[in-house]
Design a binder for this molecule. Sequence first.
Ligand code: 5RP
Length: 224
Amino acid sequence: MSKEDALKKMGEQAAQKITSGQLVGLGSGSAVAAFVNALGKRITDENLDVRGIPTSMQVEIIAQNNGIVLESPSLIPEIDVVVDGADEIDKNHIMIKGGGGAHYREKIMIEAANHSIIVADSSKYVDVITWPVPLEVSEFSRFFVEEKIKSNGGNPVLRTLNKGYPFFTQNGNLVIDAHFNQITEPLKLEQLLLNIPGIIANGIFSMKIDTFLRANEDGSVEVG
Ligand code: 5RP
């Protein structure tokens, strides 16, 4: 089965977990897009009263295309359930997020929600994290943070678009992808990053997640 079809099946399974009356936090990425498409279909077919709050313009557009009513960030403390993706998930369920640069908002939504669901294909589940850690930084703090990452054994790479233009987050900030090769002690690294002034949000997510869904290549969806 193609990855797209596997994500579609997982998205449908995640959408089944949403009930009428709920306010849903919408994470970002392709796995979340499959969920939002499936949720939109359920809302239409079953006339559900479900509203969403997006973490990025990427998911905002997909939600709008599906006719999902969107609420303002003032209602974030009332989110019932959030559905989000991940870039890597280690054996202790510590995640790296921010491949789309939306990790600042995603972290807030996951912490705020009563229930959290992560949707990710099987390639994202690893023993040890090797994915670079996305760091949202202001232009002012860029060089200071880069030096701090280097002095702690990392290789900071400013995220750019085609032709070298810098990538800006929806908060108007830059993203430095901090390469550390293998991250065997993610909690220690998270603390280190939290203590560096100028890092607005780091992509290590160590909070407790209620449900992980894994889309396998054969089309099965595992809970774990
Ligand atoms: C965006 C994210 C995404 O959830 C993460 O990059 C996964 O995306 P995809 O499902 O497209 O692989 O953290 O900042």
